[in-house]
Every structure is written in C-alpha cells, then in structure tokens.
Design a protein around this ligand. Structure first.
Ligand code: CMC
Length: 429
C-alpha cells in the first residue's frame, strides 16, 4: 500500500524518521518537517525559501510552471476582464464573490473610511519636498495605529475587520496626499469610485474642474486587480511575520510597504522605466543584454524573471494586451518607450540565456508603461502597487490571525560566525 509519508535517513547515525505528507487542493504536496529537529537534531536549511511553505493558506494559488494565478479559485483572467477592484477585494477578504447588495454595502463602507483624520495631514508637512512617496507611505501608514486605537485589538474580530476596511479605504488618500506633498499642491478630498477617486485626488486641483477619464479609470482598476495578491511573496511574508508577533495591523502593513519598495520586488516597475530610459534606443539593446548576462556586472534586465513563474507571467499577458489598448486610446501608441520595450522583449525572448533560465517578462515590465501613459510619475509606481497589494496583505494577515494555535514566526539559522572566544580589554587589542 502507498504510504503518505517521506522517510529521511541520517547516514551519520543510521537513524530514520518518517515525516507526514500534507496534500493541498492544488499544487505540490508538502512534507511536514515540524518534528525534524526534535527527532534528528538537525535544522533544515533553505535560504530564500526555495522549497519551504511557510504557512497554510486558502487565498491565492499559483502554478509557476503553467503560468496560472487564481484568487480564491477564480482564474485571474476572468476576474481581470469581468470584475472590479472592489468586488475582488470583497472576494479576497470574505472568500466568496458578493451579491449586488453586499457589494453596494461594502463599497459604502470603503467610501465611508476613505477620508484622513485632519491631524494626520500634518504628518505630510514633516517630510522634505523631495521625499520619495514610498518613504512617506511607510511612515504615514505606520502612524495610523496612533489614530485608531479602537481597531488595534487583534483578538477582536470586529477590530480586525474595521482595521482592514480602514487601511484599504485610506491607502489611495494617503498615496495621493504623498504625491500632492511632493509637488506642492493642496490635498484633495475623496468621493468617487475607488480608482476614479485616486485619479481625482492625484490630478485635480481646487481651482479647476476635473473629469476622470473612464479609460484611465478602467485601466487602473484592472492593474489593481492584477496586483491584489501573489501568495507568500517577500512583502506578504513580511506582513505575516510581523503579524505573528501580534503587532497591530497598521504596523504590519507598514512593514509590508517597506519590503515591497525594493527593486527585486515592487520597486521593479519604477526600475523598468529607468532602465528603458537608460537603454534609450533599440540599437543599444544588445549592449544591455550582454551586461544582463555578465555575472560580473550587477545589471539585470528589470521586469524579467520571477521566483515562481517559469512560464509567461499570466498577469504580464493581460497587462501587455491592455498596454496596446490604453496607449491607443490615450493617443500615445507611438510612445518610443513602448516600442523599445516591445523590441527588448522580443530580443530577450529569443536569446539562449533567457530561454534556458525561463526568464519571461513579469507584470512590472508593462505596468510602468501604463502608469506613464496615465500621467503617473515614476516615483509613484511602487505606491500604486502598494495600494492594490494592501488588499492581499490584509487578507493574509486576517487569515493568519484567525487561525487556531497561531505561533510566532521564528526561523532558525546556520551559524557560521566565530566560535566562543574571550573578551580582550581595549588596551590589549
Ligand atoms: N536579468 C538577468 N538575469 C537574470 C534575471 C534578470 N532579470 N533574473 C534572473 N536572472 C538569472 C540569474 O542571474 C540566475 O542565473 P544563473 O542560474 O546563471 O546564476 C538565474 O536567472 C536564476 O535567477 P535567480 O536570481 O536565482 O532567481 P530568483 O528567483 O532568486 O529571483 C527575481 C527572482 C524576480 C528577484 C529576479 O528574476 C530579478 O531580479 N528580476 C528583476 C527584478 C524584477 O523584475 N522583479 C519583479 C518581480 S515580479 C513583481 C513582484 O512580484 O514583486
């Protein structure tokens, strides 16, 4: 009879242990190594978590080999083309799609929480005018915990829900206020659809009428859906780890924003546009490809490669199509940056180095081009990502806190430092 276990033999001592195998609804099975140290006296070593599942989750499923992404079981392609950001947000938080009454009520709650406390606004003035908006986001989102003491008791499900709604609702307002601060314009109050609101708060000024362009609104809504969640990526794992110490949810989301900022993660969208600007012309592509392949050169092709996808990123496929559509509708389809991106993609996809390593364009390769066409400046690209990903962070945090027997996250290490040695007084060194 087939057994649902994996046997590990310690060849040094001859000891043998049998570890249980857990089966997911989709994807590879998982060996439960919780007893490994107790039984064999070894830690396991897996830097970068290449083979390690850090938690159990029922929110997002990815099959990197096939290029599949599902939220709560629904294929991303269906959600992207048929749903809306707030509807998918409801799905992520509650596990099921809303009916019309539930969606109406939920949209009302998010709208209700979208304003910022007037005192919070003074925080923005504390930042220097050229502060990166992501720096402002980390600080201001963290400071929300000082304003909402009535929703920081993580043992109370109602507190958790109100904190979740507040963060999702206030992110566009905080993002727009960060942007307005850096360009010296007054903050604008919210009051439209989720993404329409964001555009209005970023681009309108009190002295002029502003109409949200429906093409821009729909494009942003779709990009936001694509960015909502991506299971246990670096920023989401950061949120879970911070949350496992029972830190308040606002502090946890601020830690996620900080982790997202790096160019290997959410900062890649800004880095792609900087890279395209640096390449400048199709004729320079071979030189930059050679640099990306040179192990002695730190240059990497930004927007290419993914830890999980070893096939085309399904989000990139959707966003690539949208890129054509948005640029055509906004009258920017002759954008030389877009031409350059398409040529770079084509050349890289036919290059042996990229083929062998299964390096395909990821979602960030195209999102920056759309943001640019919408008039969003480069330093706000990662902020856009953070607004959408807040939904995923919050859903994952709520899932974790709601678990029975939730334990603090505490990895082990392979210590390679000095052995024990005696202190030498300073005058003897
Ligand atoms: N350009 C050139 N070579 C690359 C690239 C790249 N963008 N990405 C990976 N490689 C090479 C890498 O040098 C390695 O080669 P070798 O096997 O010869 O040593 C091989 O491909 C495997 O790469 P890795 O570094 O082991 O892969 P990883 O899973 O640790 O890193 C990654 C994944 C996304 C950090 C990396 O591909 C990368 O730095 N890409 C550029 C940054 C980027 O676009 N990030 C956005 C990711 S998608 C949005 C998000 O989820 O945040």
């Amino acid at each position: 009879m087939k057994k649902d276990t994996v046997t590990v033999v310690d060849n040094a001592s001859g000891r043998q242990i049998e570890l249980p195998v857990k089966h997911p609804t989709q994807g590879p099975s998982v060996v439960d190594i919780g007893s490994f140290y107790r039984e064999l006296g070894y830690f396991t070593y897996d830097p970068g978590f290449l083979s390690t599942a850090s938690c159990q989750s029922s929110i997002t499923y990815i099959d990197g080999e096939q290029g599949i992404l599902q939220y709560r079981g629904y294929p991303i392609e269906q959600l992207a083309t048929q749903s809306s950001f707030l509807e998918v947000t409801y799905l992520m938080l509650n596990g099921e799609l809303p009916n019309p009454t539930q969606l109406d009520e939920f949209s009302g709650i998010i709208n209700h929480h979208s304003m910022l406390n007037e005192s919070l606004k003074s925080f923005f003035r504390g930042f220097y005018h050229d502060a990166h908006p992501m720096a402002i986001m980390v600080g201001v989102v963290g400071s929300l915990s000082a304003f909402y003491n009535d929703s920081t008791d993580i043992t109370d499900p109602h507190h958790r829900e109100v904190a979740a709604h507040r963060m999702i609702a206030k992110m566009p307002s905080i993002a727009a206020a960060s942007f307005k601060h850096t360009i010296g314009e007054p903050q604008v109050y919210p009051g439209l659809s989720y993404t329409g609101n964001l555009l209005k708060m970023m681009f309108s000024v009190p002295c002029e009428e502003y109409h949200v362009d429906p093409v821009a609104e729909r494009a942003l809504d779709l990009i936001f859906i694509l960015h909502i969640d991506h299971e246990q990526n670096a920023s989401t794992s950061t949120v879970r780890l911070a949350g496992s110490s029972q830190a308040n949810p606002f502090a946890c989301i601020a830690s996620g924003i900080a982790a997202l900022w790096g160019p290997a993660h959410g900062g890649a969208n800004e880095a792609v546009l900087n890279m395209l600007g640096e390449i400048g012309d199709v004729k320079n592509i071979p030189e930059y490809l050679a640099r990306a392949k040179d192990k002695n050169d730190p240059f990497r092709l930004m927007g290419f490669g993914h830890r999980v996808y070893k096939n085309y990123d399904p989000r990139a496929r959707i966003i690539r199509e949208m890129c054509h559509e948005v640029l055509a509708k906004l009258g920017d389809n002759n954008d030389p940056m877009f031409e350059l991106a398409l040529r770079l993609e084509e050349i890289a996809l036919n290059d042996d180095y990229f083929i062998k390593r299964k390096l395909y364009p990821n979602v960030d390769f195209y999102s920056g081009l759309i943001y640019r066409a919408l008039g969003i400046p480069g330093n706000m690209f990662t902020v856009m990502f953070a607004i959408a990903r807040t939904v995923g962070w919050v859903a994952q945090w709520m899932e974790m806190i709601g678990e029975e027997n939730q334990r603090i996250g505490r990895p082990r290490q392979l210590y390679v430092g000095a052995g024990q040695r005696d202190y030498v007084p300073i005058d003897k060194r």
